[in-house]
Design a protein around this ligand. Structure first.
Ligand SMILES: [Zn+2]
Length: 287
């Protein structure tokens, strides 16, 4: 059964580790993430962007697929199904469809409007035991066509949003989505420390986990980051493994064209990436 992200993140914050959010795109992705979490006895959050939700034929299809897998694959570790960077309307749809967690990304609104909309969603989601992630200070790079400038959040605004009763808070600290440019300035730990100081036990979320050096990830966790989003890295490892299979001509040997064979190396590559991240985040054995 799907669970809200609240308990797993409260435990992570206390235990000084982070739970990975891995974005899913299809059946293979979902199966790879769930099986790895089960094998490593780790809690996990499945992230679904609005674009990926549309691609997978809508939120109800996603809920049906994930719930089916939890049962058929006998997944017993805590799993949250979470809307990533949701609009207000998207969050409402996911709550109705059976998601156990939603992110409302109101970072592009003025702070007052972000607060008003976040408040409404907390009331609606809270009544159903669904966790809510809010965002302050847009996160750079591109997420489903939404391009952010990579701002650094105002710690006081973070405190204002945290006090509304959100479950977890994403704050821009120089992190960006997608691949990091060579001249990237790194994470702003001073601001992160200030946010943590003002928001206390609130689990903080680090978006754009792909390509952040390991020591920075560990420092971020020590400063209160309890959820780290990974998306691009699984896409890169999937694409890389699939390309190698095709380039080696394996799809032209025997029944190598069978989708179950063709997609297997990419599936294994996603599993390896998820495992690597769970080990780095410290969530192994924490289910
Ligand atoms: Zn993000």
């Amino acid at each position: 059964m799907l669970v809200s992200a609240k308990d797993m993140l409260t435990k992570a914050k206390e235990g000084k580790y982070a739970v990975g959010q891995f974005n899913i795109n299809n059946l293979e992705w979902t199966k790879a993430v769930l099986l790895t979490a089960q094998e490593l006895n780790s809690p996990v959050i499945l992230g679904v962007s609005e674009g990926a939700g549309k691609y997978m034929c809508g939120y109800k299809t996603v809920v049906g697929m994930v719930n089916g897998m939890l049962e058929e694959l006998q997944i017993t570790v805590p799993v949250a199904l979470h809307l990533d960077h949701g609009s207000y309307e998207g969050a409402l749809k996911c709550i109705e469809a059976g998601f156990s967690s939603v992110m409302f990304d109101g970072s592009h609104y003025a702070i007052d409007e972000n607060i008003a909309k976040t408040k409404e969603l907390i009331a609606i989601a809270g009544a159903k035991g669904i966790s809510v992630e809010a965002e302050v200070g847009s996160i750079g790079g591109e997420e489903d066509g939404v391009v952010g400038a990579g701002e650094v959040a105002d710690p006081n605004e973070c405190k204002q949003i945290a006090d509304l009763g959100v479950t977890m808070l994403a704050a821009g600290i120089g992190n960006i989505h997608g691949k990091y440019p060579a001249n990237w300035g790194g994470l702003n730990f001073e601001v992160l420390a200030k946010i943590q100081e003002l928001t206390g036990t609130m689990p903080l979320v680090l978006h754009g986990g792909t390509g952040i050096p390991e020591d920075m990830i560990q420092q971020a966790i020590s400063l209160g980051v309890s959820k780290i989003n990974v998306n691009t890295e699984c896409q890169l490892s999937f694409a890389d493994a699939t390309r190698k299979y095709i380039e080696a001509g394996k799809d032209q040997q025997g029944k190598g064209f069978d989708p179950r064979k063709l997609l297997a190396p990419g599936f294994e590559a996603i599993k390896a990436t998820v495992k690597e991240k769970m080990e780095l985040f410290g969530s192994v054995g924490k289910a």
